[in-house]
Design a protein around this ligand. Structure first.
Ligand code: AHR
Length: 433
């Protein structure tokens, strides 16, 4: 029998006070597994609080200090304009001369005035500066198939048409060839309170009008389950036009407390720490269970599981608008990011895209700003360390984790992923609880 070559490593891991420093023996298979799509390292930017306005976009320009920081971590894909905001967004409100753009209300996030100064052109300019793929979430909840069809023509048609000419008149000659396209967001909740049966019908109706223009084949992503809602995945996978589907999303947030009292981002004890890590590790079960359902309908794994919202959600910082979801970032956030990215790396056969919520000033951000100042959070540095896994081939890791016990419960103290890049270099990343 042919033996699989392994790399043996002894890793000294310095764990929390509850677990004494221990040596963990790892063996890493040298047999390449599935490729880890760079898009697992994606991000999310919503018209919410200070992510876009007073974040990426100040006054009338894109902040280049933020762009430079995100280029450094090789941001591969950016999701926009929501989130819940996507299903109240009407793209025509935010094109053309700024002073003629519609003023609307961001009714989802704080009832603030949306001046639409950041719209389609600005978002795609941002993606161009970042060198990343755009991922647009289309409006199913309060939109129409016609509105979605028109937006795609405006974005992607290179020929002569009133909408393509309008794009040119607004300053963009060439089509953008946007490919990643979300058909709604959280359609079970803020995206329209639909049942999975109803949504599957809507998906089939909308996707019929999402046209592939020459040179711009779409990768359609169906709105997916709320964390462990496996029935959503079952019904949607069964009923959607799978041949017209590139991915199915799911959203899962790490919450240490309750929905009403999520706990502070910085002022927490071991109890909250343990609960957060325990909740974060649940991502593994969520990915496994959704994947098993998808395997039934898509055994060749052609449809991606897209975890396009994840991260820790805490109480907003005291003194800030609670609807703006501004939270601080600590080493706990870094460990949550590392642990989650290890889970995604280890399921690269099915998880082919993900997006941390959210890039700037919202939830588990990479970048926090204060007027013209900017800081990079602990989470940012995890993405910097983990960028070596982008497009590398995953390697199976065998090891036995010590337990981290607290309050009569136990979770694994260590988690790991590994990959081999195109130069043959092996990278091993470890998270801990
Ligand atoms: O990321 C914040 C919100 O969380 C998003 O708008 C929504 O999709 C989710 O519920």
């Amino acid at each position: 029998m042919k033996k699989t070559p392994v790399l043996l490593l002894l890793v000294a891991l310095f764990l929390t006070s509850a677990v004494r420093s221990q040596t963990v023996q790892l063996s890493v298979s040298d047999t390449s597994g599935p490729q880890i799509s760079r898009n697992i390292y994606g991000h999310f930017s919503e018209h919410l609080g200070r992510c876009i306005y007073d974040g990426f976009w100040t006054g009338d320009h894109i902040r280049m200090d933020i762009v430079d920081a995100l280029k450094k971590i090789k941001i591969p894909v950016l999701r926009w304009p929501g989130g819940c905001f996507a299903d109240q967004y009407h793209w025509r409100d935010a094109i053309g001369p700024k002073d003629q753009r519609k003023r609307t209300v961001n009714a989802t996030w704080g009832m603030v005035t949306e001046d639409n100064s950041f719209g389609t052109h600005e978002f795609l300019e941002l993606c161009g500066l970042l060198g990343c793929q755009p991922y647009v979430a289309g409006n199913v909840g309060s939109g129409t198939p016609e509105e979605m069809e028109n937006w795609l023509e405006y974005l992607n048609f290179n020929g002569k048409s009133t909408l393509a000419d309008l794009r040119r008149q607004n300053g963009r000659q060439e089509p953008w060839n946007v490919s990643f396209w979300g058909v709604g967001n959280e359609s079970w909740g803020c995206g329209g309170n639909m049942t999975p049966e109803y949504y599957a019908g809507e998906y089939n109706r909308y996707s019929e009008f999402c046209k592939d223009y020459p040179g711009a084949p779409l990768k359609l992503i169906a709105s997916g389950a709320n964390g462990p809602d496996y029935n959503w995945t079952e019904v949607v996978m069964k009923n959607i036009n799978r041949g017209r589907t590139w991915g199915l999303s799911t959203h899962y947030y790490t919450v240490a407390g309750t929905r009403q009292h999520k706990g502070s981002a910085t002022s927490f004890g071991e109890d909250d720490y343990f609960k957060a890590m325990e909740a974060c590790l649940r991502m593994e079960t969520i990915v496994n269970k959704h994947s098993a359902i998808m395997d039934k309908y898509d055994p060749k794994k052609k449809i991606a599981l897209v975890v396009d919202e994840w991260g820790i959600w805490t109480d907003a910082e005291p003194g800030t608008n609670p609807a703006f979801l501004y939270q601080q970032n600590s080493m706990r956030d870094a460990l949550i990011a590392a642990t989650t990215l290890n889970i995604f790396n280890n399921h690269a056969d099915r998880v082919k895209m993900a997006a941390l919520a959210q890039t700037v000033n919202v939830l588990q951000a990479l970048v926090l700003t204060d007027k013209d100042k900017m800081l990079l959070t602990p989470t940012y540095h995890v993405f910097d360390l983990y960028k070596v896994h982008q497009d590398a081939h995953s390697l199976a890791v065998k090891f036995s984790s010590p337990d981290y016990g607290h309050g009569g419960e136990k979770i694994p103290a260590v988690n790991v992923s590994a990959s081999k890049d195109s130069s043959g270099a092996v990278h091993i990343s470890s998270g801990k609880s």
